[in-house]
Design a protein around this ligand. Structure first.
Ligand code: ADP
Length: 247
């Protein structure tokens, strides 16, 4: 991917996604113009059905728009083949979900390594990258634990280590604190803020919770498949204590 800081990481123009055909078609997105620069941390908010998941799926190259354009680091993604998109997704985009989705039979470190195997990172690099990523989230000492030996907050931090291990430019997080208690949720949000500030990682997180949204620098609000608000967060919540993470 092109690393030129003057080129937006994300640039969409009149992005539309229709589900179904003809009169019965439902607009998931109804014309979204969105520009996000490298190093931003953005919360995507809006009521249920407003198009948040649809937008995240398209930004994450898991789905294609019906019309409109999407440039990722200056490249028009419509010109890429399915396998080129998959390769870009595997190396450049990390995903974190509310449901965490660690594989129960694998240790934490094997969970972190697995997507790098799919993205064809050499076996010799995977373990070192996984270990480095686990120390970034402060959990290298839990590398050999199975998911059922971790708390919910620890499991989500392992999932974040898995998402960032390949060194992505973009992290997409869908309700990442939705399944966590308040304290674990705050730890996860502090971790995102550190990854954003220290690595310059661009983060987009979907949330319906205004408290979570205030951890971002910018809030983009969707309604009926359109952007109805886009503002800087002037009362941003930041961690009181610097966190023990190693970048
Ligand atoms: P949100 O994530 O904000 O809840 P979604 O992106 O899931 O919103 O949905 C936006 C709109 O698109 C809604 O009207 C929803 O019903 C519709 N939609 C989403 N996915 C599908 C699908 N696979 N098939 C048909 N309609 C869909």
């Amino acid at each position: 991917m092109n690393g030129d800081a003057s080129i937006p990481l994300i640039e969409t123009h009149q992005l539309q996604r229709k589900y179904g055909r003809g009169d019965a078609a439902v607009a998931g997105l109804a014309g979204v113009d969105l520009t996000i620069h490298r190093g931003e941390m953005v919360a995507l908010m809006g009521p249920s059905g407003s198009g948040k998941s649809t937008l995240m799926q398209i930004l994450g190259l898991l789905d294609r728009p019906t019309s409109g354009s999407y440039r990722l680091s200056g490249s028009d993604i419509s010109t890429l083949s399915g396998s080129q998109q998959a390769e870009l997704r595997g190396r450049r985009i990390g995903f974190v979900f509310q449901g965490i989705h660690l594989l129960p039979r694998l240790s934490a470190i094997r969970n972190v390594e697995l997507p790098m195997a799919y993205a064809r990172f050499p076996a010799s690099e995977r373990k070192a990258l996984a270990m480095h990523s686990l120390s970034r989230v402060g959990l290298n000492h839990l590398a050999d634990r199975r998911p059922n030996q971790l708390s919910g907050g620890q499991a989500q931090r392992i999932a974040i280590a898995r998402a960032v291990a390949p060194g992505p430019d973009l992290l997409l997080a869908d309700e990442p604190t939705g399944a966590l208690d308040r304290a674990s949720g705050r730890e996860v949000l502090a971790l995102f803020q550190h990854l954003n500030a220290d690595l310059g990682l661009t983060i987009i997180l979907v949330t319906h919770d205004p408290f979570v949204g205030r951890h971002a620098q910018r809030i983009v609000e969707l309604e009926d498949g359109r952007i109805i608000g886009d503002r800087a967060v002037d009362d941003r919540i930041q961690p009181e204590q610097p966190m023990e993470v190693h970048v």
